[in-house]
Design a protein around this ligand. Structure first.
Ligand SMILES: CC(C)(COP(=O)(O)OP(=O)(O)OC[C@H]1O[C@@H](n2cnc3c(N)ncnc32)[C@H](O)[C@@H]1OP(=O)(O)O)[C@@H](O)C(=O)NCCC(=O)NCCS
Length: 150
Protein backbone atom coordinates (compact mmCIF):
# COMPACT_ATOMS: atom_id res chain seq x y z
CA UNK A 1 0.00 0.00 0.00
CA UNK A 2 1.41 3.43 -0.87
CA UNK A 3 1.66 6.16 1.74
CA UNK A 4 -1.39 7.89 3.16
CA UNK A 5 -1.11 11.65 3.66
CA UNK A 6 -3.50 13.75 5.74
CA UNK A 7 -4.48 17.14 4.30
CA UNK A 8 -6.77 19.85 5.57
CA UNK A 9 -9.95 19.71 3.44
CA UNK A 10 -10.00 22.10 0.48
CA UNK A 11 -12.23 22.62 -2.56
CA UNK A 12 -10.29 20.09 -4.68
CA UNK A 13 -11.38 17.26 -2.34
CA UNK A 14 -15.14 17.81 -2.53
CA UNK A 15 -15.99 15.44 -5.41
CA UNK A 16 -13.96 12.60 -3.85
CA UNK A 17 -15.59 13.19 -0.45
CA UNK A 18 -19.09 13.08 -1.95
CA UNK A 19 -18.12 9.73 -3.52
CA UNK A 20 -16.88 8.45 -0.13
CA UNK A 21 -20.18 9.54 1.45
CA UNK A 22 -22.20 7.63 -1.17
CA UNK A 23 -20.05 4.53 -0.67
CA UNK A 24 -20.37 4.61 3.13
CA UNK A 25 -23.81 5.89 4.19
CA UNK A 26 -27.50 5.26 3.43
CA UNK A 27 -28.13 9.02 3.83
CA UNK A 28 -24.95 10.57 2.42
CA UNK A 29 -24.05 14.23 2.84
CA UNK A 30 -24.52 16.08 -0.42
CA UNK A 31 -21.66 17.70 -2.31
CA UNK A 32 -23.11 21.10 -1.28
CA UNK A 33 -23.30 20.07 2.37
CA UNK A 34 -19.66 19.04 2.40
CA UNK A 35 -18.58 22.19 0.53
CA UNK A 36 -20.41 24.37 3.07
CA UNK A 37 -17.98 23.15 5.73
CA UNK A 38 -15.17 25.00 3.92
CA UNK A 39 -16.64 28.31 5.07
CA UNK A 40 -17.66 27.12 8.55
CA UNK A 41 -15.26 28.78 11.03
CA UNK A 42 -15.96 26.03 13.61
CA UNK A 43 -15.17 23.15 11.25
CA UNK A 44 -11.96 21.11 11.12
CA UNK A 45 -11.88 18.49 8.36
CA UNK A 46 -8.97 16.23 7.44
CA UNK A 47 -8.73 14.19 4.25
CA UNK A 48 -6.66 11.01 3.86
CA UNK A 49 -5.06 11.03 0.40
CA UNK A 50 -3.47 8.05 -1.34
CA UNK A 51 -1.97 8.32 -4.85
CA UNK A 52 -3.64 11.70 -5.32
CA UNK A 53 -7.14 10.48 -4.44
CA UNK A 54 -9.08 10.96 -1.21
CA UNK A 55 -9.78 7.57 0.39
CA UNK A 56 -11.18 8.77 3.70
CA UNK A 57 -12.04 11.84 5.70
CA UNK A 58 -12.97 12.96 9.18
CA UNK A 59 -14.61 16.17 10.30
CA UNK A 60 -15.33 17.91 13.57
CA UNK A 61 -16.98 21.07 14.85
CA UNK A 62 -15.31 22.97 17.68
CA UNK A 63 -17.81 24.94 19.73
CA UNK A 64 -16.54 26.63 22.91
CA UNK A 65 -14.90 23.79 24.88
CA UNK A 66 -16.57 20.83 23.13
CA UNK A 67 -15.48 19.19 19.88
CA UNK A 68 -18.25 17.30 18.07
CA UNK A 69 -17.14 14.71 15.54
CA UNK A 70 -19.49 15.16 12.58
CA UNK A 71 -18.25 12.31 10.43
CA UNK A 72 -15.48 9.85 9.76
CA UNK A 73 -15.50 7.55 6.75
CA UNK A 74 -13.08 5.43 4.74
CA UNK A 75 -13.72 3.88 1.31
CA UNK A 76 -14.60 0.16 1.73
CA UNK A 77 -11.55 -0.96 -0.26
CA UNK A 78 -9.19 1.10 1.94
CA UNK A 79 -10.46 -0.09 5.35
CA UNK A 80 -8.48 -1.95 8.05
CA UNK A 81 -5.26 -0.22 7.07
CA UNK A 82 -5.20 2.30 9.92
CA UNK A 83 -6.72 5.25 8.03
CA UNK A 84 -9.70 5.66 10.38
CA UNK A 85 -7.39 5.65 13.38
CA UNK A 86 -5.07 8.15 11.71
CA UNK A 87 -7.95 10.54 10.99
CA UNK A 88 -9.38 10.22 14.50
CA UNK A 89 -5.94 10.74 16.06
CA UNK A 90 -5.53 13.96 14.05
CA UNK A 91 -8.94 15.21 15.22
CA UNK A 92 -8.17 14.33 18.88
CA UNK A 93 -4.78 16.07 18.64
CA UNK A 94 -6.48 19.16 17.21
CA UNK A 95 -9.04 19.16 20.05
CA UNK A 96 -6.32 18.90 22.66
CA UNK A 97 -4.25 21.69 21.14
CA UNK A 98 -7.35 23.87 20.85
CA UNK A 99 -7.99 23.47 24.58
CA UNK A 100 -11.29 21.59 24.32
CA UNK A 101 -12.45 19.72 27.42
CA UNK A 102 -14.34 16.95 25.65
CA UNK A 103 -14.87 15.28 22.29
CA UNK A 104 -18.29 13.82 21.60
CA UNK A 105 -20.06 11.95 18.77
CA UNK A 106 -23.02 9.79 17.84
CA UNK A 107 -22.72 6.36 16.25
CA UNK A 108 -25.28 3.74 15.17
CA UNK A 109 -25.53 1.24 18.00
CA UNK A 110 -24.93 -1.64 15.52
CA UNK A 111 -21.81 -0.05 13.98
CA UNK A 112 -19.27 -2.43 15.48
CA UNK A 113 -16.33 -1.23 13.35
CA UNK A 114 -16.76 2.42 14.33
CA UNK A 115 -17.54 1.66 18.00
CA UNK A 116 -14.42 -0.52 18.26
CA UNK A 117 -12.35 2.27 16.71
CA UNK A 118 -13.75 4.84 19.16
CA UNK A 119 -13.23 2.55 22.18
CA UNK A 120 -9.67 1.90 21.06
CA UNK A 121 -9.14 5.67 20.98
CA UNK A 122 -10.48 6.17 24.52
CA UNK A 123 -14.14 7.02 23.92
CA UNK A 124 -16.86 5.69 26.27
CA UNK A 125 -20.59 5.26 25.70
CA UNK A 126 -22.39 7.75 27.94
CA UNK A 127 -25.95 7.63 26.61
CA UNK A 128 -28.37 6.93 23.77
CA UNK A 129 -30.48 8.96 21.33
CA UNK A 130 -33.66 7.10 20.48
CA UNK A 131 -34.31 6.63 16.73
CA UNK A 132 -31.58 9.14 15.90
CA UNK A 133 -30.82 7.50 12.53
CA UNK A 134 -33.08 6.72 9.54
CA UNK A 135 -32.71 4.22 6.68
CA UNK A 136 -32.86 2.09 8.78
CA UNK A 137 -34.22 3.67 11.94
CA UNK A 138 -31.83 2.99 14.78
CA UNK A 139 -30.73 4.41 18.12
CA UNK A 140 -27.43 6.25 18.42
CA UNK A 141 -24.84 5.63 21.09
CA UNK A 142 -23.47 8.92 22.43
CA UNK A 143 -19.75 8.48 23.01
CA UNK A 144 -17.34 10.94 24.62
CA UNK A 145 -13.68 11.26 25.38
CA UNK A 146 -12.39 13.47 28.15
CA UNK A 147 -9.41 15.41 26.83
CA UNK A 148 -7.59 14.93 30.14
CA UNK A 149 -7.40 11.24 29.19
CA UNK A 150 -5.62 11.85 25.89
C1 LIG B 1 -15.35 3.03 11.00
C2 LIG B 1 -14.32 3.23 9.90
C3 LIG B 1 -14.12 4.73 9.67
C4 LIG B 1 -12.99 2.60 10.34
O1 LIG B 1 -12.01 2.93 9.38
P1 LIG B 1 -10.73 1.99 9.12
O2 LIG B 1 -9.76 2.78 8.33
O3 LIG B 1 -11.15 0.69 8.56
O4 LIG B 1 -10.20 1.77 10.62
P2 LIG B 1 -8.73 1.36 11.06
O5 LIG B 1 -8.12 0.46 10.03
O6 LIG B 1 -7.98 2.58 11.44
O7 LIG B 1 -9.05 0.49 12.35
C5 LIG B 1 -8.70 0.93 13.67
C6 LIG B 1 -9.39 0.02 14.68
O8 LIG B 1 -10.80 0.14 14.59
C7 LIG B 1 -11.42 -1.13 14.84
N1 LIG B 1 -12.08 -1.62 13.63
C8 LIG B 1 -12.04 -1.10 12.39
N2 LIG B 1 -12.82 -1.80 11.55
C9 LIG B 1 -13.35 -2.81 12.27
C10 LIG B 1 -14.25 -3.87 11.96
N3 LIG B 1 -14.73 -4.05 10.72
N4 LIG B 1 -14.62 -4.71 12.97
C11 LIG B 1 -14.15 -4.54 14.21
N5 LIG B 1 -13.27 -3.55 14.57
C12 LIG B 1 -12.89 -2.70 13.61
C13 LIG B 1 -10.28 -2.07 15.22
O9 LIG B 1 -10.08 -1.96 16.62
C14 LIG B 1 -9.13 -1.46 14.44
O10 LIG B 1 -7.88 -1.80 14.97
P3 LIG B 1 -7.14 -3.12 14.38
O11 LIG B 1 -7.17 -3.03 12.88
O12 LIG B 1 -5.77 -3.00 14.97
O13 LIG B 1 -7.92 -4.29 14.89
C15 LIG B 1 -14.76 2.50 8.58
O14 LIG B 1 -15.15 1.18 8.89
C16 LIG B 1 -15.89 3.20 7.86
O15 LIG B 1 -15.67 4.11 7.05
N6 LIG B 1 -17.16 2.76 8.09
C17 LIG B 1 -18.30 3.32 7.37
C18 LIG B 1 -18.58 4.75 7.80
C19 LIG B 1 -18.92 4.81 9.27
O16 LIG B 1 -19.67 4.00 9.78
N7 LIG B 1 -18.37 5.85 9.95
C20 LIG B 1 -18.62 6.07 11.35
C21 LIG B 1 -19.76 7.00 11.52
S1 LIG B 1 -20.10 7.31 13.25
Amino acid sequence: MSDIRLEKMNSTHIDDLAEIERACFSEPWSREGIAAELSNPNAVFYVAVQDGKAVGYGGMHHIVDVCYIANIAVLPEARRCGIGKKLLTALCDYAKEAGAAEITLEVRQSNRAAIDLYVKMGFETVGKRKDFYKKPTEDANIMTKNICNI
